[in-house]
Write a protein that binds this ligand. Structure first.
Ligand code: HEC
Ligand code: HEC
Ligand code: HEC
Ligand code: HEC
Ligand code: HEC
Length: 250
């Protein structure tokens, strides 16, 4: 049977669909901030903060789970930064006189929240959601660099549209499964956090985990790529629409 619509019709439909939705979006673009704010441009540059908070220290050396401080990362669009009380669960008792914690103490006394400088940011016309990525088993380090090694936090990726798209085109190259996931002991989502647990306890890492932990470009071994493709099916990932404009601009 001949095709009623040429494949191109699909693209045209998508584009016109987008064009309709995009009017306010384009107005926004031309009307305002195409200027890049400083935090948005600098990759790999450690950002100064009101208190010199170290992920290397807290997440790697002390082994505190990301979710202790970024409580909404699995369920919400936004990961969130911790309230001062979270810091005070420990720092009301340890290092209570450290000048490095002055801002934290002050925040606690005055009841005003700490103003952390933003490190990662996408413009307002881009929709991003943490929970879907983490639930599919994509590592924080894929998008943020080797957080476990950061003294002061820096931006690990450009967050350019092309960077989002190269993964959306074929996420399987970023999906791998450790033995624990293969055997069903943990979920793909838990694998994301298991990397840091393994690191902190000095357990042996797989090759891919090592690359992630070091902030090296991720190269999934070919047998694992097959596992990645299978994982896509299993996790119900549908790539046919993942590059459509409305996924990220709506
Ligand atoms: C003890 C609390 C704590 C833990 C544990 C923690 N973080 Fe953070 N995180 C913070 C604080 C405070 C900030 C804001 C200051 C900064 O950017 O360093 C932050 C900032 C970040 C940022 C940058 C936020 C922005 O402005 O863009 C990322 C990314 C991040 N954390 C990832 C992680 C990951 C991944 C883990 C687990 C490996 C983790 N964090 C564990 C407290 C924590
Ligand atoms: C689970 C306990 C725990 C939590 C929660 C925690 N810390 Fe810490 N933090 C520590 C320990 C332990 C040290 C120092 C140990 C060392 O240097 O040997 C430390 C050290 C620090 C230092 C360095 C102090 C110095 O003088 O060098 C800063 C700054 C700091 N923490 C900030 C924070 C902030 C901000 C938060 C909340 C986002 C936080 N911490 C949450 C346990 C914690
Ligand atoms: C697919 C890429 C991706 C993954 C995976 C990812 N992040 Fe993010 N993260 C981003 C982007 C993009 C932003 C900027 C969001 C914005 O500006 O709205 C961000 C922002 C943040 C922030 C700043 C506060 C916020 O929510 O905007 C924190 C904290 C953070 N991420 C922590 C984490 C942690 C912890 C993990 C792993 C459990 C993680 N991220 C996994 C891309 C990612
Ligand atoms: C390393 C791979 C990877 C990167 C990088 C990545 N994504 Fe995704 N993204 C995925 C996967 C996998 C899904 C889940 C698709 C599914 O389950 O069907 C997804 C889904 C989404 C969704 C759909 C959410 C929903 O609720 O339906 C949005 C929106 C999204 N990503 C935005 C972004 C943006 C914006 C960026 C760049 C800042 C980005 N992604 C970077 C892999 C990635
Ligand atoms: C996976 C998420 C994602 C998809 C899908 C996506 N974009 Fe984007 N787009 C972004 C991000 C992130 C930015 C902001 C970063 C940047 O400027 O590159 C952006 C920026 C833009 C901009 C601002 C100019 C620019 O390049 O910086 C335009 C225009 C745009 N997108 C149009 C589109 C169109 C048209 C489509 C469909 C063909 C599309 N986008 C699909 C994530 C996405």
């Amino acid at each position: 049977m001949p095709q009623t619509f040429k494949p191109a019709a699909n693209t045209i439909a998508t584009v016109s669909l987008f064009a309709g939705a995009a009017v306010p979006f384009i107005a926004f673009l031309t009307g305002s901030t195409m200027t890049n704010s400083p935090y948005n441009t600098k990759q790999f540059v450690p950002i100064d903060q009101p208190a010199p908070f170290s992920h290397k220290h807290h997440a790697y050396e002390l082994g505190i789970d990301c979710r202790f401080c970024h409580a909404t990362v699995e369920e919400g669009a936004v990961a969130g930064v911790p309230a001062t009380e979270v810091c005070m669960t420990c720092h009301s008792q340890i290092w209570t006189n450290s000048p490095n914690l002055e801002a934290v103490r002050k925040s606690c006394e005055t009841g005003t929240s700490l103003q952390w400088n933003k490190v990662n940011h996408v413009p307002d016309f881009v929709y991003f959601n943490h929970s879907i990525h983490v639930n599919r088993g994509i590592s924080c380090n894929n998008c943020h660099g080797a957080v476990n090694k950061m003294e002061l936090t820096w931006k690990g990726q450009s967050f350019k549209m092309s960077w989002c798209l190269q993964c959306h085109e074929d996420p399987s190259k970023y999906l791998f499964e450790t033995e624990a996931v293969k055997s069903g002991t943990i979920s793909p989502r838990e694998q994301v956090f298991d990397l840091y647990r393994k690191l902190s306890s000095g357990k042996k890492l797989t090759e891919v985990e090592y690359q992630l932990a070091e902030g090296l470009p991720q190269v999934v071994p070919s047998d694992d790529v097959h596992a990645g493709v299978a994982a896509m099916k299993e996790r119900g990932i549908n790539v046919t629409q993942l590059k459509d404009c409305y996924v990220c601009h709506h």
